[in-house]
Design a protein around this ligand. Sequence first.
Ligand SMILES: [Mg+2]
Length: 288
Amino acid sequence: MEPGDARKQLTAAEQRATELDWTAICAEIAADMRSMFARFPTFADRNIGVGRGAGGDNTLIVDEAAEDAVFAVLERVAGEHDAAFSVLSEERGTVEYGGSGVRVIVDPIDGSLNAKRVGLSYSLSVGVATGDTMDDVFYGYVYDFGSGEQWTARRGEGAWLGDRRLDPAEPGNELEVIGIESSKPAFLSQELLRAFDGRVMRLRSIGSIALTLCQVAAARFDGMLSLRPCRSVDAAAGQLIVREAGGHVIFGDAERPLDVPLDLLPHQHVIAARDQRRARFLLDSLSS
Ligand SMILES: [Mg+2]
């Protein structure tokens, strides 16, 4: 039995939720969101605030429209399949459809700043879990609205970029390329830069934690770290995609790497790499 599965006895409706075709459901949401973004083609169209979400960030008109697209599909799916789950989303917080034993952790737009600037990379991130922590996520989906790439993972079965299974044995290239997220210049300490000196060749900053994790999964990046604690909505799907693709993920504490709650609070820095040794190096660099 997988960790977390023993924690809660699922009802029949919750069990049905675990058996849904989550890739088809998430792909439908992504398609609806693509149409939505097409209605807001410019920076001026997207740079309209509509208040503050449950996660505390300023909500843009496209964040709100994205969340509407997410809930429209999930609510219909719950009804159609008589499936019970709860949804945790960046703007609305928790919404329950008949039970909370299965949790759908959604960031409708991870990389809202890029979305607002009509930049290259922003994503839909959906993780599905049967418990309260990262370790309990059994399905992950990330869609890149820039490249059109779809990333998926199922616990114990592997991770895919589109139809291609990601090779868990791909080692990458030591620390040639590292992704840095939450990359406000003030968060880049002299100590961190000194720790990187001579070890890390290049830094890249995409502006979406979910997509940066996916780059590690495909060994396009050798590792990544967030300079600030991240929220579970940003990382729930991506962390499973990295691990199913053979990588290693640490949320702040190397002894309990996946022991962070699935809620809207920023708890820990997220660190990922192609192996545990490099993830530990990045973690140590952060705490130096
Ligand atoms: Mg967001």
